[in-house]
Design a protein around this ligand. Sequence first.
Ligand code: KG4
Ligand code: ZN
Length: 342
Amino acid sequence: MDDIIILGIESSCDDTSAAVLHNTTLLSSVIASQAVHEKYGGVIPELASRAHQQNIVPVVDTVLKEAGITIDKVDAIAFTRGPGLLGSLMVGTSFAKGLSIANNIPMVEVNHLHGHILSHFVDLPDRELPHPQYPFLCLLVSGGHTQIVKVDAPDKMEIVGTTIDDAAGEALDKCAKVMGLPYPGGPVIDRLAKEGDKDAFKFAKPRVEGFNYSFSGLKTSFLYTLRDQVAVDPDFIEKNKADLCASLLYTVVDILADKLVKASKQFGIKDIALGGGVSANSALRARIEAEGKRHHWRTFLPELKFTTDNAAMIAVAGYYRYLRGELATLDLTPIARYEEMV
Ligand code: KG4
Ligand code: ZN
């Protein structure tokens, strides 16, 4: 079982991605991002599934060529079963099934969020990346989810905190949209915040029990500030963009970091990892690094290319499932909602 080749396929949202792993080492990775959504300021599900259909064959073809692998050398096809947009998941799942039948290759299903968490176990051909030791805590912050997960093993994870309303990325994207910034707003806020004063504005912070999060109150507080100020000065947003971004972003980072620190203390776990699209954020990374120094953590920040959606993380999660012999059957269907994932 030493030489396993996994082909990973990710199509849960608006990136069509494929990757080839040799055990946990990444041989190649291709991500086709869908520009079609930009002019709508958000992902349009129907357009996403159509773009996946157009992209998936060339993406998989290219990734195999770049890895120098022919399909008959692939031991298993790992694909994202959910959560995500149903139509998008359907494309990846159906494609995986077709490839599996045609070439007699087993399939493994992957929970997208487990993929984000296990992305810390992908290695690069020229260097091993630092891996957290089990048990570790992962702050998983993406466009759809915000969770603190206690990870005991690749197949043993417990959500110890989750958002009760908006996800952190979703809140950033929505606030960016009302400021007239392009989609997705998170990376734009990241950039603009660097030129702004984080103490320029004060926004409401949630008071939620335990390790759960909430971001909808902050979003509302942000929108009310804009509404009140724009009524007085129509150019308010334009003049204060950087300060607004900095104040908003640092409030989000504070909320995220405070609960993570609490969870680390409560569970006595000092291996702390970040994951998900928002973990690309420079302010969040700097803050978690600083908390790590203060609290003597071993801090694991993902390589930037493994923060947003990618198939390398799906392939590595699939690798562990394959080792456990958990193969998917042809009758399975994609699952849109996290709560329904097994
Ligand atoms: O994990 P991901 O690619 O997709 C989901 O599974 O949701 O995360 C996408 C989210 C979006 O909300 C996007 O705005 C955010 O990640 N994001 C960022 C940055 N890069 C991506 N947010 C803040 N700063 C960034 N640099
Ligand atoms: Zn994701």
